[in-house]
Design a protein around this ligand. Structure first.
Ligand code: 5GP
Ligand code: MN
Length: 353
């Protein structure tokens, strides 16, 4: 992680010090890092007497209920669930935080509203290629595990906390640890020296990691684990180029009674096979196929997502989509598209090596 500029911290303190109502937003289909970062910032803003509202493009997944329940009623909103309420809350705010996304299009239906807001905007994010000119103040750093970790370092640089994690509101500390844990896949990837320093300080500050782990990894719906078995047994294909892919259609999702967030992490599993260098997970949605990509060092999931799946993300973890019917006619055509696209991509890598 590069050093945080003290001038940026002063600017941040100046903005938060004089604004009564503050909006906090994250990307669509928010994950643990997005939601955890929002909740951590919410509690810190409350801590300095501000009225903060978290407004997400769509609902937070159930498994994060143990942190979302710490937010006061009426302060945790989602655009899809209640657009009027979301618009009203955002309209009343004099400052906007954008957490865990690099550009407003990542907020889906909120894009137009957020980019049109005539208030100062602060970006705090760890993705590649931030749209800097859309924001008044930019904290962008790819050399950290997660937005939660980055936010932690920013908070520690603020005069309110002076490097002392024990000063953080407990609900904020728990949310930060949660975001870092989910984005590193429980310390399996993107772990930097700064990540372990953060985790260590938060543990010292009293964060209950056992409780977090139990909520994140030991409370799955039975259907999730059974579906995982079926996908790995019958569905996963591995190409001669070392690309694994799995395709999940809507009929199967409903047969297993799964909800949003229940397939989180599936894409990582095929990477545990030695010959697999990239893993692709395709999930049928109402009007598109959602794509998750994970790769091993030397293969850029980010580049593959940008070239073939209208997306991006991080070097080794990225996502995107296939439009129906522009890219594929239906979910049944995904396998052919995936094979062709990844074959071309892996050949490109071979030729460049
Ligand atoms: P996941 O596979 O967990 O949904 O996403 C992995 C990473 O890729 C995340 O950092 C996420 O922000 C990014 N990502 C997922 N979907 C998209 C997308 O449609 N566009 C872009 N630019 N990034 C995405
Ligand atoms: Mn993240």
């Amino acid at each position: 992680m590069t050093d945080i500029n003290p001038n940026d911290i002063s600017a941040l303190e100046h903005m938060t010090g004089r604004t009564e109502k503050i909006a906090i937003t994250a990307h669509m289909r928010p994950d643990g890092d997005a939601v955890g970062s929002c909740i951590a910032l919410y509690h810190c803003l409350k801590d300095i007497g501000r009225d903060a509202f978290i407004v997400l493009p769509d609902a937070s997944p159930d498994y994060l209920g143990f942190i979302t329940s710490t937010v006061e009623a009426g302060h945790f909103l989602d655009w899809e669930g209640n657009e009027d309420e979301a618009r009203r809350a955002l309209s009343g705010c004099g400052l906007l935080f954008s957490l865990d996304y690099n550009a407003f299009h990542r907020t889906g239906k909120m894009e137009e509203f957020l980019s049109g807001m005539k208030v100062p905007k602060v970006l705090i994010d760890h993705h590649l290629n931030p749209e800097r000119d859309q924001f008044s103040l930019v904290f962008s750093e790819t050399g950290v595990s997660s937005t939660a970790e980055y936010l932690y370092h920013i908070l520690m640089a603020a005069s309110r906390y002076r490097g002392n994690a024990k000063m953080l509101p407990p609900a904020s500390a728990t949310a930060l640890m949660t975001g870092m844990t989910t984005d590193t896949n429980n310390f399996a990837n993107s772990v930097f020296p700064s990540t372990l320093r953060m985790a260590s300080s938060l543990l010292e500050a009293g964060v209950d990691r056992d409780m977090i782990i139990s909520h994140l990894y030991n409370e799955y719906r039975e259907g999730r684990v059974r579906l995982m078995g079926e996908l790995l047994y019958r569905n996963m294909k591995i190409t001669d180029d070392g690309v694994a892919y799995m395709i999940l259609d809507r009929e199967t999702i409903s047969r297993y009674g799964l909800k949003e967030g229940d397939t989180e992490g599936f894409v990582n599993i095929p990477l545990s096979i030695g010959k697999v260098r990239m893993s692709c997970f395709f999930k049928e949605d109402t009007d598109r196929i959602r794509v998750s990509l994970r790769s091993k060092k030397g293969i850029s999931a980010n580049r593959c997502a940008a070239l073939y799946f209208h997306g991006g993300g991080h070097e080794l973890a990225a996502g995107g989509k296939l439009s129906v019917p522009d890219d594929v006619g239906s979910v049944r055509e995904v396998a052919a598209y995936a094979e062709k696209a990844t074959h071309e991509f892996m050949n490109m890598n071979k030729n460049e090596a």
